[in-house]
Design a protein around this ligand. Sequence first.
Ligand code: GLC
Ligand code: MG
Length: 239
Amino acid sequence: MQKATHLLATDLDGTLVGNKESLLMLLDFYKEQTYKVSLIYITGRHYKSALSLIKEENLPVPDVLITDVGTAIYSGHSLQEDLEWKQRLEQSWVPKHIEVIANGLQGLTSQNLPVTNRCSYYATDAAVVETLRETLEKAEIPHKLIYSGGRDVDILPMESGKGQALQYILDKYQLNNAKLLVAGDSGNDIEMLTMGFPSVIVGNAQAELLEQAEHSFVYRATKEYAAGIHEAWQHFYKE
Ligand code: GLC
Ligand code: MG
């Protein structure tokens, strides 16, 4: 990973995954290049769920797998958990306290995840999400709240998130000079798409992403899913 020259840091559901034909086309395109493109998957799924998706969709095993909206990182051949990241996030993380607050609000349903590194809920009413945000702030609980797809509410440790996890990996493996493309389709991708790296919002993106302000480094693809990534790769890195 240290010597990677080209990197694709991509969300899975709705971005790399969603159209099999486009996915094969993108992977073939990368194989034809004279350089190797290293892969970083950055997903909202938890580890086991991400692995099932990788298997089901026959995705290449990535060099780095970032799960749980940037709250857990796995790397190397056997995808070992990055304990430095884990410990860093645990410092000011109080999931039990957050659960008590969320349980006291109507309109939030727990996602019942097998992890404690984030607290995730379903909510269809944006007003409930705002109440949750205010209550957490009033209680001075360090956190990051992300609402995506009009359905998923993720409460994460303050120092985490898809963008911060990506930056941690770029620093750790000294990849800040590599040619990088960041790709996403929904609200939990906003942080990593707006860090200033060449980025793409794929054509099928959720409204919450399409409504974001324009940035010169964010390319809005007309094509969907992996074909949108291919379109953006050519936009930024055509040789
Ligand atoms: C994925 C995860 C879910 C999370 C959502 C948004 O769908 O499975 O737990 O809330 O992404 O980040
Ligand atoms: Mg997605």
